[in-house]
Design a binder for this molecule. Structure first.
Ligand SMILES: Nc1ncnc2c1ncn2[C@@H]1O[C@H](COP(=O)(O)OP(=O)(O)OP(=O)(O)O)[C@@H](O)[C@H]1O
Ligand SMILES: [Mg+2]
Length: 345
């Protein structure tokens, strides 16, 4: 790696927005799946950033934009200071794809049951020009070792001969072959048995020595354990963003508070109004004015139904909520949104 790399940000996402237009008969619906998302992953220090939130809140759409797989409707994305918002082809795209690698949800769907597992690994080496065929074993062995496997264990075997946990490790190894600086893992453990989840999450923690990880999950328990920072998404918005101890330890946004209560303390005696619905967001609320949580918020105020809340720095994190508005200042906002500094760990 050239020593002249002096970026402050590895990835900088600025007002990134993705709108989907669907037509039903004569009517056209605009759905803003991700609405002006702002995030920065530091180039100086590796981290695990979790993106959590209910189904339909825009996590996958944001992840796919960060992977260059979905085009943003507006906004910008800078990777190592290069604008990668609309990389459509050529050398720039190949460079970016080597640097930012996906880990997908379902290890059983990733691998064709009729293909030997190592063929995927050799294919990745070839596709990205990582090494000539003769020396392809080297990066593959290195990637497999990083996930606790070896080429000897994997070679000649078909997907059905490995466990779900092993397959997910192979799929993470495949992502590591290009030595990326960022992994984007969308629900990487949701298809695994609870007993295996922790081992894969632990693996991400080990991988942090070499790269940062964006970890998308519904599972706040693994998020709490694994991540450095957390972004909570609600209907296309990032409503709370900051260090995990702050956001999940002492949540400030009413949605995060309810999310935590409903997930970590599933007490059936609780009043239903206090339990957040984890059901899919209804599409109507994406286009409503004011706060998208107003209908479900226990602290709703008049202003919430008419004015979009600002991002307010509160106790070391950003919260998109009118409740904290009076405490705002621009410097504090910048500080709360910044990636963790070395002394924080
Ligand atoms: N290709 C598409 N065309 C139209 N609408 C889409 C498309 N992809 C996503 N959406 C819509 O965008 C919204 C956000 O979807 P997304 O998959 O990003 O949510 P998510 O947070 O990943 O949900 P889940 O937790 O269920 O995976 C949803 O309302 C979804 O229906
Ligand atoms: Mg998703």
């Amino acid at each position: 790696m050239p020593s002249a790399e002096t970026f402050k940000a590895l990835l900088r996402v600025q007002d990134l927005t993705r709108e989907f237009v669907s037509r039903r008969g004569l009517s056209t619906r605009h759905l803003v799946a991700v609405d002006r998302a702002n995030l920065t992953i530091s180039a100086d220090q590796h981290e695990i950033l979790t993106i959590a939130g209910e189904s339909g809140s825009g996590k996958t759409t944001l992840a796919r934009m960060m992977l260059g797989l979905v085009e943003p409707t507006s906004g910008h994305m800078l990777f190592k200071d290069r604008d990668v918002s609309h990389i459509t082809g050529g050398a720039n795209r190949k460079w970016f794809r080597r640097q930012v690698q996906p880990v997908f949800q379902d290890p059983f769907a990733t691998f064709n049951p009729l293909r030997r597992i190592e063929s995927y690994l050799y294919e990745t080496v070839g596709n990205y020009g990582v090494a000539p065929r003769k020396t392809a074993d080297e990066p593959i062995e290195r990637a497999l070792n990083a996930v606790g496997l070896s080429l000897r264990e994997v070679k000649g075997r078909y997907p059905s001969e490995l466990s779900g946990g092993q397959l997910q490790r192979v799929s993470i190894a495949r992502a590591l072959i290009t030595d990326p600086s960022l992994l984007v893992a969308d629900e990487p453990v949701s298809m695994l048995d609870a007993s295996l989840r922790m081992s894969v999450v632990n693996l991400f923690r080990e991988l942090k020595a070499r790269q940062s990880v964006i970890y998308i999950t519904h599972d706040l328990a693994t998020a709490y354990y694994a991540s450095d920072r957390v972004a909570i998404m609600l209907r296309g918005w990032i409503v709370e963003l900051g260090p995990v101890q702050k956001v999940l330890g002492e949540p400030k946004h009413p949605y995060t508070q309810l999310l935590k209560t409903s997930v970590l303390e599933p007490d059936p005696r609780q009043k239903s109004t206090e339990r957040v619905s984890l059901a899919t967001s209804d599409e109507g609320s994406f286009v409503r004015v004011g706060c998208r949580f107003a209908d479900r918020c226990p602290h709703v105020m008049d202003i919430c139904r008419s004015v979009e809340p600002p991002d307010v720095p509160v106790d070391g994190r950003l919260v998109k909520c009118h409740l904290y508005e009076s405490q705002s200042s621009t410097e504090e906002a910048a500080e709360a949104a910044a990636p963790l500094v070395a002394s924080a760990t």
